[in-house]
Design a protein around this ligand. Structure first.
Ligand code: PRP
Ligand code: URA
Length: 206
């Protein structure tokens, strides 16, 4: 399932990020805030369990989140989405998956991975601002599956139709959440209109 989370606040903030003159600090802050806005929708159907509590007035049967939620940022750019989402999720733990995309072949290369021990029985939410060819996301999902995770979601800011189709073909059971489905990829594998190189814009490396 692909869900594009359209909301005027998300669109406005994404517009600021797309502008080529937006500076690193504003770029990061808008990404952080969009992550928080997306958190509500991406966790809408997570499993809850009944618990009995005492309010100041009476005993009450209500619900709490049933299992850990593990955010899995794809390094580097995925780190920019962690704080905004994590600050809203009480049970959050954080994994790290280090991948870079070869600029010539566009193939993903793994350079780091580290997971909380509970990953197999948790909800894993992979985050990365950019879903371009889909190669990095597909590899990250493969890696998380190798750890035993079965409840996996993918959350990106901007996606290209080519990347969405590739992830859907490789991992049809993984729900994909985007803030925007853009037009296409250009000849260099960049998303059009996109926002440029997310990692460089988040960390000021170019
Ligand atoms: C970017 C982006 C994704 C990937 C998307 O990362 O953050 O991880 O490219 O492209 P794909 O869908 O074609 O795989 P990059 O490899 O540039 O690394 P960085 O985050 O360290 O800049
Ligand atoms: N990675 C990015 O950072 N931006 C794109 O448009 C494509 C891949």
């Amino acid at each position: 399932m692909l869900k594009v989370l359209e909301h005027p606040l998300i669109t406005h903030k994404l517009t600021q990020m797309r502008k080529k003159d937006t500076k690193t600090k504003d770029f990061r802050e808008n990404l952080d805030e969009i992550g928080g806005l997306m958190a509500y929708e991406i966790t809408r159907d997570i499993t809850t369990v009944d618990v009995t509590i005492e309010t100041p007035i009476c005993e009450y049967v209500t619900q709490e989140i049933a299992k850990d939620i593990i955010l899995v940022p794809i390094l580097r750019a995925g780190l920019g989405m962690v704080n905004g989402i994590a600050s809203l999720i009480p049970t959050v733990k954080i994994a790290h998956v280090g991948l870079y995309r070869d600029e010539e072949t566009l193939q993903p290369h793994v350079y780091f991975e580290k997971y909380p021990v509970t990953i197999a029985e948790s909800t894993a939410i992979i985050v990365d601002p950019m879903l371009a060819t889909g190669g990095s996301a597909i590899e990250a999902i493969n890696m998380v599956k190798k750890q035993g995770a079965t409840d996996i979601r993918l959350v990106c800011l901007v996606g290209a139709p080519e990347g969405v189709a590739a992830v859907e073909a490789a991992h049809p059971e993984v729900d994909i959440y985007l803030a925007s489905l853009d037009e296409k990829l250009n000849e260099h594998g960049y998303i059009v209109p996109g926002l440029g190189d997310a990692g460089d814009r988040i960390f000021g490396t170019k």
